[in-house]
Design a protein around this ligand. Structure first.
Ligand code: CTP
Ligand code: CA
Length: 224
């Protein structure tokens, strides 16, 4: 085996990552989605691969490209698809980082034909999707599990609540109150909260640098 690769800190580790939005079908031509660009997750994948990890990147629909021999992209569309793909890889993973903006609700029924504008109003009935991250928290054995939290108010409290409730090792808080942070764009401002209660605030950085900070934090916590 290649000596240079063998010295990288994540060599021999499998890192499972989710990225992007999910699309929940309404009818054959329409869906419910969100504005996630997928950029944060793809940057994490790239950084992990550069550190020697074998990366499985389960991604909803995005324009992002991953071109690294250690990244295996599994494209999915809906929250249900993402749930299935993630569970196929979790057992054999060492680290899982769930950065996708998964739909919380999905249409209860998908119309088989295009819905026509017959009436003045249209009501869709939505049901809850499965929480992928929480399901991994319940299933985990030795995996280091990382979630994201997108908050607009009571940020720290809500993020700590998610860390605990979903049985995570680390949560990355994304506050939409911070300028330059969030969904679209190339920068992000995040706070790391770990299961020991340590809080690390970071400055506004490129998403590429946020990804490197996150992986360094994970390496420090797992002493990989
Ligand atoms: N998540 C997931 N599956 C879902 C919903 C969310 O895996 N069906 C993950 C996200 O990828 C993220 C974390 O859960 O890592 C938190 O997502 P967020 O939307 O902030 O929180 P929710 O638990 O969905 O709660 P709410 O949207 O009500 O704040
Ligand atoms: Ca949510």
């Amino acid at each position: 085996e290649n000596d240079i690769l063998g010295n990288l800190p994540l060599h021999g580790k499998k890192v499972l990552i989710t990225a992007g939005p999910t699309y929940e079908a309404i009818d054959p031509v329409r869906f419910i989605g969100n504005h996630s660009s997928g950029k944060m997750g793809f940057e994490i994948a790239k950084a992990a691969a550069n550190l020697g990890a074998e990366v499985v990147l389960v991604s909803g629909p995005t324009h992002q490209k991953a071109s690294h021999s250690l990244i295996n992209v599994i494209p999915v569309v809906s929250a249900a698809d993402m749930y299935q793909a993630v569970h196929e890889h979790f057992n054999t993973s060492n680290v899982a980082i769930l950065s996708a903006a998964v739909a919380d609700f999905t249409p209860k029924e998908v119309a088989h034909q295009k819905i026509k504008k017959k009436s003045d109003t249209l009501t869709l009935e939505l049901g809850r999707t499965k929480d992928i991250l929480a399901s991994l928290g319940a299933a985990k054995t030795n995996q280091f599990l990382v979630g994201f939290a997108l908050e607009t108010n009571n940020e720290l409290e809500n993020a700590k609540g998610k860390l605990k409730k979903k049985n995570l090792n680390l949560i990355v808080l994304n506050s939409l109150n911070d300028k330059g942070a969030g969904f679209q764009g190339d920068t992000n401002k995040v706070t790391f909260i770990d299961d020991a209660g340590n809080i690390t605030e970071n400055s506004l950085k490129s998403k590429a640098d946020v990804a490197i900070d996150l992986l360094n934090k994970i390496i420090e916590k797992t002493d990989a």
